[in-house]
Design a protein around this ligand. Structure first.
Ligand code: PLP
Length: 413
C-alpha cells in the first residue's frame, strides 16, 4: 500500500498506517460509514484523476474526453438498470452536492420546501438554519409523532396543504424506520409539488432490494455513494424522464463544474458490484444485525427510539441509563467501539451533548459479524453504560472488543 508515498513522505505514510490500524482494531459503528473495497480504493486513485471534463457525454467543454464519455455512459446505464430509473446523473461530488443539484434544477429563490426537522432525523442540507440553503428557500419542516416516533404523515399532509411547497423532501440521517414514499408522493403531488427522496443512508439497502425503493414514487432520488452503498465519497441522482434535462442542467453548470472522474470510476464499479448476490447477502445481514442489536440492547435496558429498526440504524435513547450521548460516545471510543452522539426526538440536551447515540451495522456486517457478535456488542455497551468512568471496567471491555476485531479482519487479503 502507498509504496511511493512511503518513500517520498514517510511522515504522512505513517499517518495513513495509523488510521488503517485504528479502523482494523475498532468496531466501527458510525451509521454513515462503510468499508470501501480494494477496487474502490484503487479506482479512486486512478489516472482518470488527471482529466478535466465538464458537460455531458457527447457535449463536453474539453477535448480528449472520448474515454470519459464511455465511462460515464457505462455508469449511467448501470445506475438506470440497478435502480430501475429513467435517468441517472453520477456527477455530484457528495450527497450534499446531489441535493444542491436538484435545488438548482427546480427551485427559484423564495420557493417553499417541506422537509423533516434536523433534530427528528433530517439532514443539514434539508433547511437547517446553519446551512446556507436556508437563506434562499423558505423551508417548512415536519417531524415525528410524540408517541410512536414515526413520521407524522398527517402533519406532513396538512403542512403541504397550507404551504403548497414546490418540493417535498423525504429521507434522513437518523431515521431507523421505513418511509411511506407513496403517501409522501401523494401529498406533494396533490399540491402540484415535486417529491425528492434523499436516500443517502439507505441506497445500498435499496440497491440490494432488502428495503422498498423510493424510485417508483419520487420525481428525484438523491444519494451519497458512501454509507450503505459502500462506495467512494461521492453522490448520485436518479429522476423521472420529464425532469432529466432540468436535472442535468441543475447539476452542471448549476451546482458543480469539472467532474471527479476518478471517483466516478469507483462509482461505476460499485454500480456493477451492487447487483451481485454477495452484495445482497451483506445488505441482508446489515438489516438482520441492526434488528438483532436493537433487540439485544433492549434486553440490556436500553431504549431504541421508535422501538427498533427496519434499516441499518439503531438510535438509542440513553435517558433510561442516566448518561448523555457525549459521555457514552467517549467511553465507547475508549473501549474501541466507534459511534456518534445524536439528538433524539425532543432532546432536552444541547447538540454537543445529546441524550442519544446513533449506531450503524454496515461496516461490522461487511467484516462478517453476525447475530452472536451483535449480542456480544450489546453486552459490552451495557457494561460501559453501567460505569462509563471506571477505568478498570473500560479496560475489561476493551479486551473483549479487541478479541472481536481480531477475529474479523477489515481487509482479509
Ligand atoms: C449523509 C447525508 C447527506 C450528505 O452526504 P455527504 O456525502 O456527506 O455530503 C445528505 N443527505 C442525507 C440524508 C445524509 O444522511
Amino acid at each position: 500500500m502507498l509504496k511511493h508515498t512511503k518513500i517520498s513522505d514517510p511522515e504522512l505514510y505513517r499517518l495513513v498506517l495509523e488510521e488503517l490500524d485504528r479502523q482494523e482494531n475498532n468496531i466501527e459503528m458510525i451509521a454513515s460509514e462503510s468499508t470501501e473495497s480494494e477496487e474502490v480504493l484503487e479506482l479512486s486513485g486512478c489516472v482518470f484523476a488527471n482529466k478535466t471534463t465538464e458537460g455531458y457525454p457527447g457535449a463536453r467543454f474539453q477535448a480528449g474526453s472520448q474515454t470519459a464519455d464511455k465511462m460515464e455512459r457505462l455508469g449511467i446505464q448501470r445506475a438506470k438498470d440497478l435502480f430501475e430509473a429513467d435517468h441517472a446523473n453520477l456527477q455530484p461530488y457528495s450527497g450534499s452536492t446531489a441535493n444542491y443539484g436538484v435545488y438548482a434544477a427546480v427551485l427559484k429563490p423564495g420557493d417553499t420546501v417541506l422537509a423533516m426537522k434536523l433534530d427528528h432525523g433530517g439532514h443539514l442540507t434539508h433547511g437547517s438554519p446553519a446551512n446556507f440553503m436556508s437563506k434562499f428557500f423558505n423551508f417548512v419542516s415536519y417531524g415525528l409523532k410524540d408517541d410512536t416516533e414515526l413520521i407524522d404523515y398527517e402533519e406532513l399532509e396538512s403542512l403541504a396543504h397550507r404551504h403548497r411547497p414546490k418540493l417535498v423532501i423525504a429521507g434522513g440521517s437518523a431515521y431507523p424506520r421505513l418511509i411511506d414514499y407513496e403517501r409522501v408522493a401523494r401529498a406533494a403531488h396533490s399540491v402540484d409539488g415535486l417529491l425528492m427522496v434523499d436516500m443517502a443512508h439507505v441506497a445500498g439497502l435499496v440497491a440490494a432490494k432488502v428495503i422498498p425503493s423510493p424510485v417508483p414514487h419520487a420525481d428525484f432520488v438523491t444519494s451519497s455513494t458512501t454509507k450503505t452503498f459502500c462506495g467512494p465519497r461521492g453522490g448520485m441522482i436518479l429522476c423521472k424522464a420529464p425532469h432529466a434535462r432540468a436535472l442535468d442542467r441543475g447539476v452542471f453548470p448549476g451546482a458543480i463544474s469539472s467532474i471527479h472522474l476518478n471517483i466516478m470510476a469507483a462509482k461505476v464499479w460499485c454500480l456493477k458490484n451492487a447487483a451481485t448476490p454477495s452484495f445482497r447477502t451483506v445488505m441482508e445481514q446489515v438489516v438482520k444485525n441492526a434488528a438483532s442489536l436493537a433487540k439485544e440492547l433492549e434486553k440490556n435496558g436500553f431504549r431504541a427510539v421508535s422501538g427498533g429498526t427496519d434499516n441499518h440504524i439503531v438510535l438509542l435513547d440513553l435517558r433510561s441509563k442516566k448518561i448523555t450521548g457525549k459521555l457514552f460516545q467517549d467511553a465507547l471510543e475508549y473501549v474501541g467501539i466507534t459511534v456518534n452522539k445524536n439528538m433524539i426526538p425532543g432532546d432536552p440536551e444541547k447538540p454537543s451533548v445529546t441524550s442519544g447515540v446513533r449506531i450503524g451495522t454496515t461496516s461490522v456486517s461487511q467484516r462478517g459479524m453476525k447475530e452472536p457478535e451483535m449480542r456480544a456488542i450489546a453486552e459490552i455497551m451495557n457494561r460501559v453504560a453501567a460505569a462509563p468512568e471506571d477505568k478498570e471496567n473500560l479496560e475489561g471491555c476493551k479486551t473483549l472488543a479487541l478479541e472481536m476485531t481480531a477475529r474479523f479482519p477489515l481487509y482479509p487479503q
